[in-house]
Design a protein around this ligand. Structure first.
Ligand code: ADP
Length: 309
């Protein structure tokens, strides 16, 4: 189990970046981390990777602490950073083999493993090429291959699929899922809410250094009441219309911004005709209407009071 207990970090300038966060990650689980800028995500991730020392609290990866046993801990982690570092003049093969050697993998095993992963990522034809001749997407896939090479028990992915096309993104997650199997722990940080929703078993949201939500994407979405209806009007709505809409059954929130109305409603198909009638009777001309089911983005908005991205 990857266990985080009451983890806090106060920087020397007095900023309380993390204020006592506790959670655990189960074997084989992919945990997504979301939070607005300044929420404490990077601080949490640096603490998890053992780069920073906590002011308070403890981290344990199957009983190993990054603070107490940094060498053992680092051997068991695989990291994909946003900006991967390769020796650009060396071939892809050499880069991966050197990494494998650093992790103490025997020559025979690392060559087998590198060949296997390059094949999984469709990079076999590039193995003798210097990394600087690879495209951004190929380098990104090579980065993921490298992070998986030593079969880490804790995989940390920071925006791992940025720059990958749809096919490569799908391929990357298939390989990751296959490689982590039932025993490794994965932490996935991203601003791509669709990808987080799709790939994560659970999602953790932090805001102002505190954990504000932790559950499966679907349970989090289910916790958000209502659907959204966005109505574009030809002119800004009057206050009277906003008040009138709020009195309608199934409507429990109305916001107006310029000539847009944003409503939160239950039963959108039932109340939409009444809402449109209300607008028209009030002299408003409707330009377009969009209805949206709740998403992880709504969860984020509810938990942090801020829009994602
Ligand atoms: P996020 O990654 O969610 O944007 P960070 O963990 O980078 O958030 O930052 C959380 C808070 O800690 C912010 O207020 C930030 O300004 C502050 N902070 C981050 N790093 C340092 C540092 N080295 N020294 C002082 N304050 C810091």
């Amino acid at each position: 189990m990857l266990e985080i207990k009451d983890l806090a970090k106060t920087y020397p300038n007095g900023t309380e970046a993390l204020k006592g966060v506790s959670f655990s990650v189960k074997p084989g689980e992919v945990l997504g981390i979301l939070g607005p800028n300044g929420a404490g995500k990077t601080t949490l991730l640096k603490l998890l990777l053992g780069v920073l020392t906590p002011t308070q609290g403890a981290i344990s990866l199957d009983g190993v602490s990054p603070q107490k046993s940094p060498f053992t801990f680092r051997k068991s982690i695989g990291v994909v950073h946003q900006f991967g570092s390769f020796d650009m003049s060396l071939s892809l093969w050499d880069n991966l083999c050197i990494y494998g050697a650093f992790h103490g993998i025997s020559k025979r095993e690392r060559e087998t493993r590198v060949n296997y992963l390059l094949d999984e990522f469709d990079l076999t034809s590039k193995k003798k090429e210097p990394v600087n001749s690879l495209s951004g997407g190929q380098r990104r896939k090579a980065q993921i291959a490298r992070a998986l090479l030593h079969r880490p028990s804790f995989l940390f992915l920071d925006e791992p699929t940025t720059g990958l096309d749809v096919h490569s993104r799908k391929q990357a997650w298939e390989v990751i899922r296959k490689e982590i199997g039932p025993s490794a722990y994965v932490i996935f940080a991203s601003h791509n809410v669709d990808e987080v929703e799709k790939q994560c078993d659970r999602v953790l949201i932090i805001n102002q250094g505190e954990l504000v939500a932790l559950d499966s994407p679907q349970s989090l979405i289910d916790s958000v009441l209502g659907h959204r209806i966005e109505i574009a009007l030809c002119d800004p709505p009057g206050e009277e219309l906003v008040h009138l809409l709020l009195t309608e059954e199934w409507v429990y929130d109305v916001e107006s911004e310029n000539s847009r109305l944003r409503l939160r409603v239950n039963q959108p198909s039932q109340c939409l005709p009444r809402i449109l009638e209300c607008c028209i009777n009030n002299g408003a001309s409707v330009e377009s209407v969009i209805t949206k089911s709740p998403s992880l983005e709504d969860v984020f908005l509810k938990a942090t009071g801020r829009e994602l991205g």
